[in-house]
Structures are given as C-alpha cells and as structure tokens.
Design a protein. Structure first.
Lengths: 429, 249
C-alpha cells in the first residue's frame, strides 16, 4: 500500500523532479563530446545512440509485449530508405526540409509498415509470430535487391545531408553537429518510449504478454494491444533508421537484412529485456565491442556470440539483471561481504577466459596466416605458434581456471545466500 | 424485460463427443444462479460457452436480449459480463494493485490510450484501492501477485473480475481447493460483491450453493434436468437420484 501511495504522490511531484533521471541523461549526453571529441569517438557515439533507439524499440516488442521478432530490421531499414528518399527529393526539388525533421519520415514509414505487417502477424504471440516476422524479414531483405528503383540495389541510396537548407544556420557538415542531432532524438525517443510503457496501453501490453486470455476477459483485444505496440515499435525503429540515413549518408540492403534483425535481438537480450534500461546497456556494450574490440581481434563477432550464449544460459535477465540483483544487497549495506568471494572466483574465471581467448586466437591465426608467418602478437607478447608452449599454457589456463572456478562456486553461492537471506523474507511480508 | 442471460437450444461438441446437448436456460437479472452437476456433466463447458471462451456448435446465447453468439470475449466483457477462472488466472508478474487496475482500465474509458500516465490517473488509483478494500487485500497491494497464497490468488481473481463494475458476474468454482474458513470468507465476499447484480456460478460445494443461490440448475450429461429454487431442487427426486444422493441431508 505504501508504494501505491508513493506512486500517487510521485504523480504530483514537479515536472522537473519527476524527470530527474532524464535531465541527468540529457546533460551527460550533451557533455560526452567534450570528453570524447576525436572523430572516431564521435562516430562511435553516433552509432551507439542510433542503436539505443533501435534496441529500445525492439524491446517494446520482446520485453514489453512478449513478441519475439526476427525481423525488426525491416522497420529500421525501410525508415532509412524513406528518410533518404525525402533528403534526395528535397535536394533535387529545392524545397524547404530541415534535416533534423527527416527522421520523422523514417518513423512514419516504420509506423505504416508496422500497421501493414502487424495487421496479420499479431493475432498470436509465440512461434507463429516469430515465424511470420522471419518471413517478412526475408521478404523485405530480398525486395531491397529486387525493387532497385526504390532501394538503389546493391549500391544503395546516397545523399549529401549538407545540401539541405541549413537549419538555423547549421548545415550539419561537422560531426559533432550530427552527434547533437542524433543525441537529441535519442533522448526524446527514449523518453517517449518510457512514457508509453506507463500508459494504459503500455500496461496492457504487459498484461497481454503475461496472460492474453485474462486480458481479453477484462475487455482488451489481445490482437489490438499487440498491433498498437507493434506499430509504435515500428515507428521508433523507423526513427532510428532515419538517423542512420542522415548519419552515414548511405542506406543499403544491409539495414533491412536478417543480420541487422539479429543484432538488435542480441543487444536487447544481452542488456536485459526485463528492464526498460536493458536495451540501452545492451546497445552501448555491443557497439563498444563492435568498434573497439574489432581493433584488437578479427573474431570479435565470435566473442559476442559467446557472450550471448552465456547470457541466455546463466543470466537470462541480462547485464542489467545482473546489476539489479545486487541492488537489495547494496541497500542492506552488505555488498562488501561479496567482495572477497567475487575476487576469489574472479581470478580463476579470468584465467579461464584468457586461456579460451588464447586458444581461439591461435586457432584463428593458423587458419588465416600468410605462408611462412609463425609469430603472433597476443596479450602483449609475441607467441611462436609452431612451438607447443603457448598452446599448453593456454589449455592449462582454460581447464585449470574452469575447474578452480567451479570448485569455488559453492563458496560464492553461500556468501550470496548469507547476504540475501533475510532480504527475501522481508519481501515476502 | 429480457433475461440477463438466455441460452437457446445450446449444443457443443468436441469432435464427435457431445458435451452440451440442447440447453435452454434463462437467468433473470439480479438473480444468483448456481449451476451444479456431477463430474463430467459439462458445467465448465457451459460456463465457457456463456463467456464466449468456446463457440457453440449450434444454438444461441443472448445477453439482455441481444444475440452475442460467437462474439470474442473482450466484446462480451465490454457489455458488462465478467468472469473468473477455475484455474487461477491472474497476471503473476504484476503487483496485486496492478492486477486490479488492469481489470478496470477499459471499463473506466481509458481503452487503448497511449497519452495518459497511469500513475497520475487519480480516479483509477482510487477505484483500484476501493476494489482492494472490498476484497480485503488493501494491505497486500504492493505484493507481486505470483507470490500470494492460493486462497489470496483466488480472491484477487474475484477482485479482477468485479473491478470493471460488470453487472453480470460469472464465477467458476470460487471456493475450490479452499479450507472451511477460507470458504466461509469467500462466500461472504461473493454475497457482498454481487449485491444487486446477476451472478452465475459453477460450484461443487453444496453448502456454498444452497447458502448463496436464489435459483439452481442441475446439469447432467449436457442437459438441464431441473431448474428452480433451492428447496425445489432439494426435493426433486430426479436430482436426488442423479446427483445429490445423500449429500443434501
């Protein structure tokens, strides 16, 4: 009852205080380029912001609505194509079209195609929905190479965003100008998507996800609830696609294909679909892995796959879930009691990770190396792959680390149990 | 005035198995009506037909004179008919408060709104709390529904059912699986919340049926063999033979 009273009271707090988290996010996002001001880091930030919107829109389906889509890139890519067409058209016909508004064209395209494809795919969630989404994804991906008048075929569509009429004197020729534009859209979209989750429709999307039959018996058509969520998700995916178009000034079939649909699923899941912030975490982590890790290793995508499988198996609530698990312990002031057990298991786990990574990198190296090349830089040392030493060391680290970590796991579990024992009891009351 | 619910020559078969074989029944407005019958008589099927979970093979269903046969459940609900489920059917990941709120959003006119903030809908919050008080669960408002005890989940189920203010309430074995004191409590609750409403319930427990119902219909092998006041049913020899046995005495 206390929390109900609190939510009611929260409703009356001032606009400024109620949205404190959003104001902080806004300030952070605005200050980021001061810290990371190189061209590369701005490019990474742009990509991150676009993926945050895309992943959040995906979670309106998976996390909020219980719809597992394998084809969400359709709305992202089509949004990109439509926004690009608008930019091209405005350039050719010289009509007034401020660049900051062009993502809306992408959003409207996403909304429209959400209505079209949602109208026959949202009757049920589950396998049927997933299969239809996959089919539509394949259909649109191939269409982008068939209807080349619209999509530009394999070369895709390109345009110069600076050809548009300057917006209050800004022509978005500089990368930081584009960043602020994308960041503003990100904050606005994220805020709107959060607000959506707190409306009657957003709440009933959860209800339909958890128990569609009951939702029908309190007056809601499960199909209509899913369709409206689906359209909203399409809208925000389209916005993200529109931002992609104006950022890269090129849209190709890659934006609509199944790989992109897979990436957004991966991001949302790794971040945690059960939390609003989950996809944000997922998009940030994925983009970092993609852009930074790829500087160090060619098989970064393999590691992302590993992380994904590990998440599904051991932390289905995602990275955000792992963090949030610690919140009650932190509140009880007992986080410190976990430090030693974490450290104890962390060392062998790290050894195991180093061993596995080492073996993978060596395997990759011998399969792609140039003839006669037998040394590889790895972990700040030069390794002779012809010599068995490195192989043996990595194998020992991997196996030994794994066995040690497994032996220490019960100790961590015990410490965890001790730290949470009366917290659960309190929740029960 | 037309009956609250009218069933006309209702049939339902699953494959070649006939479950409901020609039921004619009129349930008047404001009446508490119990449907009883031995196991396998088709009580639950009949119940699911009335609430449109199943579509009848033939026959008509009328709600206040309007033919509603084959309409989807959400349309039936919007006409003021609400049902509970035999197997507890709540939203387990939401709190008790949110469960009740789901039950009344449509009825209070918020429909598919994506422009209202649910945390600021004072009328919704107030009415949800009122329902929680009615079912005696106000103190449990913030508990996730999934961790409630069985009896509490059943009460919450009734709470969701009545939250929308429907005037025709259908309850499917509201006291199944409850102990004596929980049963007594639930009977009291049902009596209170169905004041001036039409109640249709399927129930096994004879003390519950005879304590609550104004009229009773006895279903045997998919047919209504008797329908009348509790004392008439008690004295009906066919009913005694078919179903009640010595239980009544």
């Amino acid at each position: 009852m206390a929390a109900v009273a609190n939510t009611a009271a929260a409703g009356r707090k001032s606009f400024l205080r109620r949205n404190a988290v959003w104001w902080i996010a806004l300030v952070l996002v605005m200050l980021l380029p001061q810290v990371a001001h190189s061209g590369t880091s701005i490019a990474v930030l742009n990509q991150m912001c676009i993926m945050v919107i895309f992943a959040l829109s995906y979670n309106m389906l998976l996390g909020q609505g219980g719809m597992l889509s394998f084809g969400h890139a359709v709305y992202f890519g089509l949004g990109g194509y439509f926004a690009m067409h608008l930019i091209q058209l405005a350039n050719a016909a010289h009509f007034f079209m401020p660049l900051p508004l062009t993502p809306l064209a992408g959003g409207l395209a996403g909304l429209m195609f959400g209505l079209i494809f949602g109208s026959f795919s949202t009757n049920r969630a589950g396998t049927v929905f997933a299969m239809i989404s996959l089919g539509i994804g394949e259909m649109i991906a191939s269409s982008s190479l068939i209807f080349t008048k619209f999509s530009g075929g394999e070369e895709g569509l390109t345009a110069d965003r600076t050809d548009l009429t300057p917006f209050f004197g800004v022509n978005f020729g500089r990368d930081y100008q584009v960043y602020y534009l994308i960041a503003a859209w990100m904050i606005l979209s994220a805020w709107l998507m959060y607000r959506f989750s707190r409306t009657p429709l957003g709440r009933m999307a959860n209800a339909v996800r958890d128990n569609p039959e009951r939702a029908e018996f309190v007056g809601y058509s499960q199909k209509r609830v899913r369709l409206l969520s689906f359209m909203a998700a399409g809208f925000f995916a389209g916005i993200a696609g529109g931002l992609f178009a104006l950022n890269y000034e090129i849209v190709t079939d890659e934006t609509v294909n199944l790989t992109t649909s897979g990436v957004v699923l991966l991001e949302a899941y790794i971040g945690g679909v059960g939390f609003f912030a989950g996809p944000i975490v997922g998009a940030v982590v994925y983009t970092l892995l993609q852009t930074l890790l790829s500087n160090y290793t060619e098989i970064w995508a393999f590691y992302v796959g590993l992380i994904f499988v590990a998440t599904v198996m051991y932390a289905p609530a995602g990275l955000t879930g792992l963090i949030m698990m610690h919140q009650p312990i932190w509140r009880a002031g007992r986080l410190r009691s976990l430090a030693l057990p974490y450290l104890q298991i962390g060392v062998p786990a790290l050894c195991c990770a180093i061993g596995v990574i080492g073996l993978l990198e060596l395997l990759h190296f011998i399969s792609v190396r140039a003839v006669g090349k037998s040394t590889k830089h790895l972990f700040w040392t030069t390794i002779d792959v012809g010599h068995p030493t490195a192989w043996v060391v990595f194998a020992l680290l991997a196996v030994g680390g794994f066995l040690a970590a497994r032996r220490l796991a019960p100790r961590l579990a015990a410490a965890w149990g001790a730290a949470t024992v009366d917290i659960h009891a309190r929740g029960e009351r | 005035m037309s009956a609250a619910i009218e069933l006309v020559d209702l049939h339902k078969s699953f494959g070649s198995t006939q479950i409901i074989r020609g039921v004619n029944l009129a349930i008047e407005r404001g009446e508490r009506h119990a449907i009883i019958g031995p196991n396998g008589a088709g009580k639950s099927t009949l119940y699911n037909l009335i609430t449109s979970k199943h579509v009848p093979t033939s026959g008509r269903i009328r709600l206040r004179g309007e033919d509603v046969t084959g309409r989807p459940p959400y349309k039936i609900n919007r006409m003021g008919l609400a049902r509970s489920f035999q197997v507890t059917n709540i939203f387990p990941r939401m709190t008790v408060f949110e469960n009740v709120r789901c039950g009344l959003l449509w009825a209070m006119g918020y429909r598919y709104s994506f422009w209202h903030d649910v945390d600021r809908l004072d009328d919704v919050i107030e009415r949800s709390m009122k329902v929680l008080e009615d079912i005696g669960m106000a103190a449990r408002a913030d508990v996730p529904a999934g961790v409630l005890s069985y009896a509490e989940q059943r009460e919450l189920e009734i709470g969701i059912t009545i939250a929308g203010g429907a005037d025709i309430i259908l309850l499917d074995e509201p006291t199944a699986g409850m102990n004596r004191s929980e049963t007594a409590q639930t009977v009291e609750l049902v009596r209170r919340i169905t004041e001036n409403k039409t109640l249709v319930m399927v129930e096994h427990d004879m003390s519950v049926v005879f304590g609550l119902a104004d009229r009773i219909s006895v279903l045997v092998y998919g047919e209504v063999i008797a329908s009348g006041r509790p004392d008439e049913i008690r004295g009906n020899p066919a009913v005694r033979e078919a179903y009640l046995g010595e239980e009544v005495d």
